[in-house]
Design a protein around this ligand. Structure first.
Ligand code: ZN
Length: 306
């Protein structure tokens, strides 16, 4: 049995997985701004899950941030975790080993274990929503990296920019023209407003485009070209078998046909024809549950690929 915990800024969700089958699920409020109370809440949640499942289980935790090589949490939206030795403190309280990964890595892990990328050897999992995060799974193992940031390409510059995409929108990270400023939901809203004067949410823009509204179609086409370039640069570096999209923007159906048709223009040694590139683009299977499922799969994940 595997327990997965998704430590969010407002909710902590926990599940017990028996293979791919969910045996229990509990959701509680996050004790905001209180590190000790957050530790207590996680420990109590694990005890409840094990009581419900009737057995002890391994524990994997997904957090909205990264664990530095020092073992301390950094870059977390939940600021009260920053600089804290979360894994060490939880292991001390639980009396056993705990695995922790950031939420994008958990997403990639979940889809690689028993989701849209099941049995694929190299998986690039992207969450495109309010931000743009990504994780890499190779042969069933999350690739963490020397700095704990493997897969985080959202703050690279948009590759092969058109003249009107330079220097690009300012990003909160301090740079301009980051991939995230174009591909996130707020990025699409801002781009659409710049060209049409109308401020709309991505799902409104996508449904207007489906009805053939010209400004919306143009916004979605710009978005597809940008996503194609951003992912072509990933293919050139990592050459994954599959790229899985999650998050709010992954609900735009036309991306799955149009982006792979476009990305061949920038993939090295491709002739410009889509079938030339074997990498597939797929929508996440587990949707919003990917974080908590992926956390559970941090243990013995490679078993799932056999
Ligand atoms: Zn940035």
């Amino acid at each position: 049995m595997r327990i997965g915990i998704d430590l969010g800024g407002t909710k902590i969700e926990g599940i017990v997985l028996d293979g791919s089958h969910e045996r229990a699920r509990i959701r509680i409020d996050t004790p905001r701004d209180d590190y000790e109370a957050t530790l207590d809440a996680i420990v109590a949640l694990i005890a409840n899950l094990e009581t419900t499942a009737g057995t002890a289980a391994t524990v994997g935790i997904g957090i909205p941030g990264t664990i530095a090589t020092s073992g301390l949490v950094k870059n977390a939206n939940s600021t009260w975790l920053i600089g804290r030795p979360l894994r060490r403190d939880l292991e001390a309280r639980l009396g056993r080993s705990v695995r922790i990964a950031n939420d994008a890595n958990c997403f990639a892990m979940s889809e690689a274990a028993d989701g849209a990328a099941a049995r694929a050897e190299v998986v690039f999992g992207v969450i495109v929503g309010t931000g743009t995060g990504a994780g890499i799974v190779v042969r069933g193992q999350v690739l963490t990296g020397a700095n704990g940031i493997a897969g985080e390409w959202g703050h690279n510059a948009l590759p092969w920019p058109d003249d009107d995409e330079r220097p690009g929108p300012a990003c909160y990270c301090g740079k301009s023209g980051c991939i995230e400023t174009f591909l996130s939901g707020p990025g699409m809203t801002t781009d659409h407003e710049r060209s049409t004067g109308r401020r709309e949410l991505p799902r409104e823009i996508a449904s207007s485009a489906d009805r053939g509204e010209r400004g919306a179609v143009a916004t979605i086409e710009r978005y597809e070209r940008r996503m194609a370039r951003a992912l072509a640069s990933v293919i050139n570096l990592l050459d994954p078998d599959i790229i899985v999209l999650g998050g709010g923007m992954s609900k735009i159906d036309r991306l799955y046909d149009n982006v792979p048709r476009l990305w061949a223009q920038w993939v090295f040694a491709a002739t410009g024809e889509a079938p030339d590139v074997r990498t597939r683009l797929a929508r996440a299977k587990h949707g919003d549950a990917s974080g908590v499922r992926g956390a559970a799969w941090l243990w013995e994940a490679s078993e799932a690929l056999k």
